[in-house]
Design a protein around this ligand. Structure first.
Ligand SMILES: [Zn+2]
Length: 264
């Protein structure tokens, strides 16, 4: 009897060990850190900024200097289609829409938004809000849409609404920026955590509330957007680099920051 038990145990133990190993690996796969590779998208179907090369250089420099993330690029329609399939997106922790414009050819725009919602990072700069103008779910995700800008580049006094957030904690309570300044529409203040705003219309000077940068949760995904960053000299400046790096780190889940909408 004892001999039979021993034989059974010898036969079963390797099976049990195998099962335990499989379960452990499955657990590891679940808790494995998500890739911190950002897909930097610079495809345009509307206005094309001549500061795109400066934006690419800035993002690469931040990646290399911080070691916090790595970058890959989608610069052409074909690259964008190939790198935004469900299978390809598994390799990225998030995307960075750098000066994108118009209806750019994602493999599947609705699935792309679902992928962000599942816990990925979306970072948008400047004309990322001038992208997918006729796809409301994208505008809802990013939090606003480009409406207009003054004809000239102007200097504005930017108000930092959260001096503790990693995207703005190096900017002080106010800072000045000389850039093309966006006015946005379809912005819902109660839906986002505003980081930077103006208290005057950039063209008319009329008092009001004009958001320039914000972050928000989108499902389990994290969205950071800044309307600043038209000019190459802004993009190449130290303060702008710190603004972007903080936003990227927050969006990738590498830095803590408030995402609750403020009370107006
Ligand atoms: Zn611009």
């Amino acid at each position: 009897m004892n001999q039979t038990l021993t034989r059974r145990c010898r036969a079963l133990c390797p099976l049990a060990a195998l099962l335990a190993a499989v379960l452990l690996n499955a657990q590891r796969a679940d808790s494995a850190p998500r890739p911190k590779k950002l897909l930097v998208v610079t495809v345009t179907k509307g206005w094309r900024h001549d500061s795109i090369p400066a934006a690419e250089r800035m993002i690469k420099r931040l990646a290399d200097e911080s070691g916090a993330f790595t970058v890959d690029y989608a610069r052409t329609d074909d690259e964008l289609k190939a790198k935004t399939t469900a299978a390809a997106l598994k390799g990225y922790g998030g995307v960075f829409f750098a000066q994108t414009s118009g209806d750019i050819p994602l493999a599947d725009p609705a699935a792309f938004l679902g992928w962000i919602k599942s816990g990925r990072a979306f970072v948008g700069m400047h004309s990322a809000t001038d992208t997918f103008p006729s796809f409301p779910p994208y505008i809802e995700m990013i939090g606003g849409q480009f409406e207009s800008h003054p004809p000239e580049h102007i200097t504005v006094r930017c108000i930092v609404e959260d001096t503790a957030h990693p995207a703005t904690n190096s900017l002080g309570k106010t800072f000045s920026a000389h850039d093309e300044i966006y006015v946005l529409k379809h912005f819902v203040r109660a839906r986002v955590h505003t980081l930077v705003s103006l208290d005057k219309h950039p063209a008319t000077g009329a008092p009001g509330y004009f958001p320039l940068a914000w972050n928000r949760m989108y499902g389990r995904g994290r969205v950071f957007y800044t309307a600043l960053g038209h000019r190459s000299d802004v993009i190449e400046s130290d303060w702008y680099g710190r603004h972007i790096l903080g936003g990227v780190r927050w969006a990738l889940g590498l830095a803590r920051g408030n995402a609750r909408p403020q009370r107006p």
